[in-house]
Design a protein around this ligand. Structure first.
Ligand code: ADP
Length: 379
């Protein structure tokens, strides 16, 4: 019995209602018990004065009246208390059910989710749009949000495994094909064949490095060594690292920085990595004869750093996806040695870890692209 009470919120609620009803009835009975005699006496005094003038022996009439009145009051009160208690018991059963039902459905749904059914949701009573949610409805709403997040994470996990398998298969198939060709004597054992195998192995190892880096930056609370740093120095470092590759391809690279740029609060290595990635992409997707400009300006409490290129541009329909992992606009084309489509995903994570945003804009194919990220000012 005690165990049943401990285990069921409905029974607990019901017992608490019963206690409230009992206390109410007791208070009512004792209040009546105390108040009836004096009230009755006051009324009787007036009546007996009138009656004694009409009849004689008023004392016995008074006593009879009092006893009968008391009986009548007690009878009426007992009936009223019984009817009220019955109504209250019915109401409390109904209310307990109302309170417990959503909790019970959440319990069942969480059990289903624990078993791997991530599409499970509970009904939210009330109108969320009009803010008509009580605590239980809010709990149901948060529960659904949590379930949706879990479902999304599960879908991403599945997609990631599929994507990784797919990405690994391409270079592995190439390596295997070349090796079979060598074994069967179909391919000549010359430096060109070995170079092909080496390039695919290199692509594979870069993919694994990228994946490792991605899992590092996606992990909660990865380490950032932030300090006040100069944007001009960051930009100069990126330019000096890449200027030879730009010269080789015949793409112009220059910086346009506004004077008196304030310091930003950032991890120099990580933001340097973001800048290198964006500038490297700009070089990759800009044909020779084009140009790439690194711009920086202050706006409010942030510095906006933009990598503007005059390259192949990005169609509007691809823009929302280019930060997704493994997303490549042109699936068939990849960097010499293979772009994994993870670079921008890592860059966005790094910028967001600094409290900034990274976005891409492009007026369309052939009209260049602009990648802009923000960084908070150093206080
Ligand atoms: P990848 O290693 O393939 O370059 P990223 O994550 O760096 O991967 O980029 C994702 C995709 O976004 C690229 O495959 C490319 O299609 C597109 N992209 C990135 N930068 C540019 C750019 N500057 N101009 C045009 N397209 C770009």
């Amino acid at each position: 019995m005690l165990l049943a009470i401990r285990q069921h919120l409905g029974i607990k609620l019901f017992i608490s209602y019963l206690i409230v009803i009992l206390v109410g009835v007791l208070v009512l009975a004792s209040a009546v018990e105390l108040a009836v005699p004096s009230a009755f006496e006051r009324h009787l005094a007036v009546m007996s004065a009138m009656m004694s003038s009409m009849m004689g022996n008023s004392l016995s009439v008074e006593t009879d009246l009092f006893i009968n009145f008391r009986r009548a009051v007690t009878e009426a009160l007992t009936l009223a208390a019984l009817a009220a208690s019955a109504a209250a018991v019915l109401a409390s059963v109904f209310i307990s059910r109302q309170v417990v039902a959503p909790l019970r459905s959440m319990m069942l749904a969480s059990q289903r989710i624990a078993e791997g059914h991530y599409n499970e949701r509970v009904q939210v009573p009330g109108d969320a749009a009009r803010g008509e949610l009580d605590e239980l409805a809010q709990l149901a709403l948060r529960f659904n949000q949590m379930a949706a997040k879990l479902e999304q994470i599960e879908a991403m996990r599945r997609a990631l495994i599929g994507d990784v398998a797919h990405e690994l298969r391409t270079p592995l198939t190439a390596i295997k094909g070349s090796m079979e060709g060598l074994i069967d004597g179909v391919l000549p054992a010359d430096p060109e064949t070995f170079q092909q195998v080496y390039q695919e192995a290199d692509r594979l190892s870069r993919l694994v490095d990228d994946l490792q880096e991605l899992s590092r930056v996606e992990a909660e609370g990865f380490d950032l060594k932030r300090r006040p740093i100069s944007v001009a120095l960051l930009v100069e470092a990126a330019i000096s690292r890449l200027s030879r590759q730009f010269d080789d391809k015949g793409v112009a690279l220059r910086a346009e920085l506004l004077a008196d740029l304030p310091l930003v609060y950032a991890d120099e290595d990580r933001i340097g990595q973001v800048l290198l990635n964006l500038t490297g992409n700009a070089l990759q997707y800009t044909p020779s004869g084009g140009r790439v400009i690194l711009r920086a300006r202050r706006q409010g409490n942030e510095v906006h750093i933009a990598v503007v290129d005059s390259g192949i541009g990005i169609r509007a329909e691809h823009l929302p996806y280019i930060f997704d992992r493994f997303y490549r606009v042109d699936k068939s084309r990849s960097r010499p040695g293979g772009g994994s489509g993870i670079g921008l995903t890592i860059a966005r994570h790094l910028v967001e870890a600094h409290g900034g945003r990274l976005r891409a804009e492009s007026p369309g194919p052939g009209k260049g692209s602009t990648f802009t990220f923000t960084l908070p000012l150093a206080q």
